[in-house]
Structures are given as C-alpha cells and as structure tokens.
Design a protein around this ligand. Structure first.
Ligand code: AMP
Length: 122
C-alpha cells in the first residue's frame, strides 16, 4: 500500500496535486496520510467538499489501490459527519471521464449535503 507521496505519484501540472502539496490554497477540512478533504470552490450545496487521494490518480477508472480508494471514502464519511450531515443524509459521488462530467483529472469524491438532493442527477 502506498503511504507516502513522491515525485512519481505527483503530477506538477495537476491542480489537485498542487493543492495536496500546499502550493495552491484551499480550505482544507481534513487530512490524513493518504487523502485530504477541502471545500469545493464552486459549491453546489451548503456543504460541498472534495476528497482526494494525495497520490495522483486520474479517476476511479484508473485507481489501482483499493486501500487508497477505501481510505478516501472513509474520510468522506468522516467529513460528512463533521459537517453535521449524518442525520439528514448526504451524497458521495465521483465523476469519470467526459460523459461522467469529470473536469479535473485527479480522482475526487464530492461530498454534497445540507439540502434535499435530487435524483437522477442531470
Ligand atoms: P468534477 O467536475 O467532478 O471533475 O469536479 C471538479 C470540481 O473541482 C468542481 O466542482 C470544481 O468546482 C472544483 N474545483 C476546481 N478547482 C478547484 C480549486 N482550486 N479548489 C477547490 N475546488 C476546485
């Protein structure tokens, strides 16, 4: 299991790698050795947090480390609880590729809550 970030697992052209490295500012709400959580710049709900692996992974489709993915999802649930979303509920979603609506090519889970979310999404 990869536990540290190194040059080989960081893409200097990736905005989320740069947030993970601290070279681009973000409102960080949680961090552990494998993943971090920060507020989305363009929130779509009262609580909208992104959870990313520190290591560069393009998307869930190319994720090769189940522990890393599971760790990020566990952090998503922790962050949702800390936001007070546990009782009302919330959504965790990841977009993959063009048709999935992915705009940043670094695996991230959106944690959305604080309002009634609709289904199916657009
Ligand atoms: P997606 O469209 O699923 O790839 O989601 C990318 C998300 O990243 C969008 O919700 C953007 O608002 C968000 N985003 C892009 N740049 C930043 C940034 N510098 N800080 C925080 N959120 C960002």
């Amino acid at each position: 299991m990869t536990e540290t970030m190194n040059e080989a697992t960081t893409d200097p052209t990736c905005i989320f790698c740069r947030i993970a490295a601290g070279s681009i500012p973000a409102t960080v709400v949680a961090r552990n050795h494998q993943a971090m959580a920060f507020r989305d710049l363009n929130p779509q709900a009262p609580s909208h947090i992104l959870v990313i692996p520190l290591r560069h992974v393009d998307s869930l489709a190319s994720a090769d480390n189940p522990c890393e993915v599971g760790g990020a999802l566990a952090l998503a649930a922790e962050v949702a609880e800390a936001e007070g979303l546990g009782e009302g509920g919330y959504r965790v979603v990841t977009n993959i590729g063009r048709d999935g609506g992915q705009t940043v090519q670094h695996l991230h889970f959106h944690v959305l809550g604080g309002r009634q979310l609709h289904w199916p999404p657009g």
